[in-house]
Ligand binder design. Structure first.
Ligand SMILES: Cc1cc2nc3c(=O)[nH]c(=O)nc-3n(C[C@H](O)[C@H](O)[C@H](O)COP(=O)(O)OP(=O)(O)OC[C@H]3O[C@@H](n4cnc5c(N)ncnc54)[C@H](O)[C@@H]3O)c2cc1C
Length: 411
């Protein structure tokens, strides 16, 4: 008998028999030690079955919240179950910031790190790239800390809950900064395809939203201390009114546009933290290719436009810096990521994913683990077998294995 719990989008009904929400660290260790099978659920914002288990689904939402800034103010130790919006508010009050944020700040710190969740920016790595160390409860209820420099660390940061329960992470922080956001429209596809490197270099964080037909719309987030962005040469023009990433949708819940300066956490996400959607009427996928393949991937996707657009709400193109994590989509390569927000119809969307994955295969494409995908071939992750060995060492009885882990790391 399952609990019937679902993810945010409603497309995953978890197979768990129990949900546990411990209120103390001691109780959490006890829950882990006595569970047959277990997995942690963050905010449930993944679209894949990556958080699923047939045993005990553990949520950290009732554990005491904590953010402790280090004496040198270069790092902060953060409770794993905190939402990014909560962490941002606490850090900002200390005059500090995370280097970047994804489009929505409602997800948990550990959930974001576990899937290499990212925003945009040529020199901005995913949130996982800010992790200095993490505290982990392993299958027997024991605790261990893995830190940068430890030979298991690069395998443990992006590991989608398959090594144990992360209870806190120590994150790099930077002095708080101000950002202004301007939405542009009418970017010609050929300019994007031929000069994407110059375009994305124009500001701290740039996303290009598209329908893969005619509309290419750069959202430019500039640190106010940086030089002004110049998109004049691209042919794109600044939008005259507020915009939502999905053309025609109300911009009411979007972060401020038109160049009005604001704190980092109120401009880097596209959506305002005060707006909390309880359930999503959409599905998502995302694929990363090495930066040098951006033009090839853009042209391949544009060609698929006629099959993509009937099931698409909107697509977003971002740049992400390289990281060293064995299972990260960005491992060893500065990347361009192609995101798709789909209509909530998995049967209609899945065949399109197969076509996209086929079209991007020549570019050694890697999917976002938290979003829908059909395949993630092992040969695209050079440390794949090292990860399986790490997993077997930390979780010999397979407590944290689930359908996704078993599918990709059989045996
Ligand atoms: C509207 C929306 C917008 C999004 N925007 C972006 C975006 O801009 N960029 C991007 O990259 N992604 C984006 N995503 C995807 C999302 O960020 C990821 O799927 C992320 O992993 C979700 O975090 P979560 O807290 O909901 O974790 P869950 O989805 O609940 O879990 C994700 C994984 O983390 C593991 N996990 C969670 N907590 C722990 C823990 N304490 N210890 C060990 N493992 C743990 C889970 O077991 C699971 O494997 C978006 C999703 C939605 C719904």
């Amino acid at each position: 008998m399952t609990t019937g719990a679902r993810n945010w989008a409603g497309n995953v009904v978890f197979s768990a028999e129990h949900v546990e929400a411990p209120t103390t660290a001691e109780r959490l260790r006890e829950v882990v030690a006595t569970a047959g099978k277990a997995h942690v659920l963050g905010a449930g914002h993944s679209f894949s079955r990556i958080a699923d288990t047939t045993g005990t689904l553990i949520t950290l939402r009732d554990l005491p919240a904590s953010v402790e800034v280090s004496a040198d103010r270069r790092s902060a130790r953060v409770g794993a179950g905190l939402r990014l919006a909560e962490v941002a508010t606490l850090l900002d009050a200390e005059g500090l910031a995370l280097h970047n944020l994804p489009s929505l700040p409602h997800i948990t710190v550990a959930g974001a790190v576990a899937t290499a969740t990212h925003g945009s920016g040529d020199r901005n790595g995913s949130l996982a790239s800010a992790v200095r160390s993490l505290d982990l409860i392993t299958a027997d209820g024991g605790t261990t800390t893995l830190a940068r420099g430890d030979d298991r660390f690069d395998g443990a940061v992006v590991s989608f809950g398959s090594l144990g329960v992360v209870t806190s992470v120590d994150l790099d922080v930077v002095p708080a900064f101000e950002v202004e956001q301007r939405v542009h429209e009418g970017l010609p596809f050929e300019v994007l395809a031929e000069r994407s490197a110059e375009l994305f270099a124009q500001a701290y964080s740039i996303s290009v939203f598209t329908d893969w037909r005619e509309s290419f719309s750069p959202w430019v987030k500039r640190r106010t201390s940086d030089a002004p962005a110049d998109l004049g040469w691209t042919g794109a023009r600044e939008a005259t009114g507020g915009r939502h990433p999905i053309p025609g949708a109300s911009p009411e819940f979007c972060t401020r546009q038109h160049g009005e300066p604001g704190p980092w956490h109120a401009r880097l996400p596209h959506f305002r933290a005060e707006f909390t959607p309880s359930a999503g009427d959409e599905l998502q996928s995302e694929y990363a290719v090495a930066r040098e393949h951006t033009e090839g991937a853009l042209r391949a996707l544009k060609e698929l436009g006629p099959v993509i657009s009937p099931v698409l709400l909107v697509s977003e193109i971002r740049t992400v810096d390289a990281d060293p994590y064995w299972l990260s989509p960005f491992q060893g390569r500065a990347s361009t990521a192609f995101h798709f927000t789909w209509v909530p119809d998995a049967h209609a969307v899945r065949p399109v994913l197969t076509l996209i994955e086929r079209a991007l295969a020549p570019y050694s494409v890697r999917p976002h683990w938290g979003k829908l995908h059909e395949t993630a071939p092992a040969d695209r992750y050079e440390h794949w077998s090292r990860f399986a060995a790490l997993r077997d060492g930390l979780d010999p009885g397979g407590k944290f294995r689930n359908e996704v882990v078993d599918h990709y790391f059989p045996g």
